[in-house]
Design a binder for this molecule. Structure first.
Ligand SMILES: [Ca+2]
Ligand SMILES: [Ca+2]
Length: 218
């Protein structure tokens, strides 16, 4: 009987690890996302066992929105020094910015005569998930009547479809006929024969103020 000694054959590992990652889900997100990945190496094994399962993440700053946000990337190596790079994975839809509100009328800083009207004109726009709500004291395009004198604020609130919200104010003044702004506790006096316009909310008239729809009063 002949015995032959065979030296063990060493097979070189020249194949990098296999990495598998998820994909963007095609939905808008209100915050950064994490895409899970797994890695393995059938030859020499992963150099870092922690690479067997990990996440690639996006890092879009607050106040920004984009439909194509890439994740970071990660290098995964085996015990023989073969490496592969996971990511970056593009196409993540992330919206961290509220819609922009533009108020045209009532105009910020304007003065309106008591009893005058304007057509409310405001818009909301969003470069990400889209405008979900855009609400003012009256609907855009509706009649807005200046009945009550004094300093006024016309506020429009908005939110996009992933709940980023904001608001914008237009401050203006409603005056009586003299052009002087009127405070709520002003005493109303006039010379004999003068015409005096009295705000309705302090009027002693017994007839109710009619409801005006869809216009509003400020
Ligand atoms: Ca390998
Ligand atoms: Ca947005």
């Amino acid at each position: 009987m002949v015995t032959i000694d065979v030296d063990p054959v060493t097979v070189a590992d020249t194949t990098p690890p296999t990495v598998s990652c998820g994909a963007p889900d095609g939905q808008w997100h209100g915050d950064n996302v994490a895409i899970p990945c797994t890695a393995s190496d059938d030859d020499s094994g992963l150099a870092d066992p922690g690479d067997a399962s990990f996440d690639l993440v996006t890092s879009l700053p607050a106040g920004e929105e984009s439909a194509d946000v890439p994740t970071d990337s990660r290098q995964v190596c085996d015990g023989a020094g073969n490496c592969t790079t996971a990511g970056p994975i593009a196409g993540n839809m992330i919206d961290r910015k509220a819609p922009t509100v533009t108020i045209t009328t009532p105009a910020d800083g304007a003065t309106y005569a008591q009893g005058s009207t304007v057509i409310a004109d405001y818009t909301c726009s969003d470069g990400g998930s889209g405008v979900g709500t855009c609400d003012g004291p009256v609907p855009d395009g509706a009649l807005h009547r200046h009945l009550d004198p004094g300093a006024k604020v016309f506020t429009v609130t908005t939110a996009d479809l992933v709940s980023n919200s904001d608001q914008q104010d237009a401050t203006y003044t409603t005056t009586i006929a003299s052009g002087r702004p009127v405070a709520a506790d002003d005493a109303y006096t006039a010379e004999q024969g003068a015409t005096l316009t009295v705000p309705r909310q302090v009027s002693w008239a017994t007839t109710p103020i009619p409801t005006e729809t869809p216009s509003g009063r400020c």
